[in-house]
Design a protein around this ligand. Structure first.
Ligand code: S3P
Length: 425
């Protein structure tokens, strides 16, 4: 896929449903009594993997135009899968599902694609084992494939060494099946979609600072979930609107949960012109339309508790920083090394290939922005966020940028290139 310096981007775009919320709505729908209706569900490969896993455990899922219906069977209604469960590229599927599987009365196995077979699962094996779970990495390398023998679980208080919503959610979901309350404390607050949705389905979940506690064995009831647009997908249009001179883009219906809106805070720090319009809320998840206008950006510092609130947006934020005036420092972002690809290494490599002044550090990078970048041939490494970030970089750079293995945007945003093109007149 090829990109070159763009004329002003103008118009409206509606980004697809939030990936994190889409996954969770299928999972909680399956574990509830009654039917859950999901609108604006993200039909990207990751969320379809979650659907496939629950279908293999006896859950009937109906796909209607614009709506997905999950016919839940209650907390103890899943049945043993006849086949190995395949999470594809999706870390959220593996980690959250493992929490659920640990508390069942059957055995299961869980695997995924080449990328997920390298991602760390010790972070969930440790707390699940402490709860009495029986989970093992079949190859003994702390990665998938995992074998999970369901067993009675005990409630624990887990001090997580990482600020990870996947780890937190895994433990909370296992806590549904425990013999007493389960709590998780994390260094900084990660996205809280699980907490909000568990509450709206009927679980008792309390949060205080960075600790969340769940009571076991709730009676979960099917709900209507309206999934807001994914701010992680909106991020590419935010960046494109800010970087391509003369642009003005209205991004409609974007989830702006405060545990996810770090990119908006960083944009403000960088001097961006973004208006938040038409704010509303559904199931405690706030959403708004974002009006983004081309702005000259300045460098900033991104670190600490901000990091979990923009963890998936750091690749495109680094692109923005490369075009900003002055220095941007990204710290405390070592988690990026264990995403769908080693995003720290690849961001540094690709930005340098485009002529940017970037120095890698142990937990981030230092970007001296300013000069115009030039096009380059860049591989996505099958990482959707790398592909989309550098597509945006290509629109603001001299010459031609070619992204190879560009189709991986299917993971979270199948119509990304079409939507981007619709703004180019
Ligand atoms: C997610 C949590 C984040 C994020 C991922 C989705 C979730 O991962 O990077 O894309 O839905 O819980 P970590 O929890 O590993 O940081």
């Amino acid at each position: 896929m090829k990109f070159s310096k763009s004329a002003p981007l103008k118009g409206e775009v509606t980004v697809p449903g939030d990936k994190s919320i889409s996954h969770r709505s299928v999972m909680l729908g399956a574990l509830s009594k009654g039917t859950t209706s999901i609108t604006n569900f993200l039909e990207g490969a990751d969320c379809l993997s979650t659907i496939d896993c629950f279908q293999k455990m006896g859950i009937e899922i109906e796909k209607k135009p614009g709506e997905i219906l999950i016919h839940g069977k209650g907390l103890h209604g899943l049945t043993a899968p006849s086949d190995i469960l395949d999470a594809g590229n999706s870390g959220t599927t593996v980690r959250l599902l493992s929490g659920i599987l640990a508390g069942q009365n059957f055995q299961s196995a869980l695997t995924g694609d080449e990328s997920i077979q390298k991602r760390p699962m010790r972070r969930i094996i440790t707390p699940l084992t402490a709860m009495g779970g029986n989970i093992k990495s079949i190859r003994g390398n702390d990665c998938v494939p995992l074998e999970i023998q369901g067993s009675p679980l005990k409630g624990i208080h887990y001090n997580s060494p990482v600020s990870s919503a996947q780890v937190k959610s895994c433990v909370l979901l296992a806590g549904l099946y425990a013999d007493r309350p389960t709590s998780v404390t994390e260094p900084f607050l990660s996205r809280n979609h699980s907490e909000l949705m568990l509450r709206s389905f009927g679980a008792t979940v309390t949060s205080q600072n960075t600790t969340v506690t769940i009571e076991p064995e709730p009676a979960l009831t099917g709900q209507e979930v309206q999934v807001p647009g994914d701010i992680s997908s909106a991020a590419y249009f935010i960046a494109a609107g800010l970087l391509v001179p003369g642009s003005e883009i209205l991004i409609k219906n974007v989830g702006i949960n405060p545990t996810r809106d770090g990119i908006l805070r960083v944009c403000r720090q960088m001097g961006a012109n973004i208006q938040i319009l038409n704010q509303r809320e559904h199931c405690q998840e706030p959403a708004a339309d974002l009006l983004v206008k081309y702005s000259s950006l300045k460098g900033t510092v991104i670190q600490g508790e901000l990091i979990p609130t923009l963890i998936d947006e750091l690749p495109v934020i680094a692109v923005m920083a490369a075009f900003a005036e002055g220095v941007t420092v990204i710290r405390d972002a070592q988690e990026l090394k264990v995403k769908e690809s080693n995003r720290l290494d690849i961001m540094v490599h690709h930005l340098q290939a485009m002529g940017a002044d970037v120095t890698p550090t142990e937990d981030g990078m230092i970007i001296k922005g300013g000069p115009l970048l030039h096009g380059a041939q860049l591989d996505s490494h099958l990482d959707h966020r790398i592909a989309m970030s550098f597509a945006v970089a290509g629109l603001a750079s001299e010459g031609e940028t070619e992204i190879t293995q560009a189709d991986c945007v299917n993971i979270s945003y199948p119509k990304f290139y079409e939507d981007l093109q619709s703004l180019q007149h």
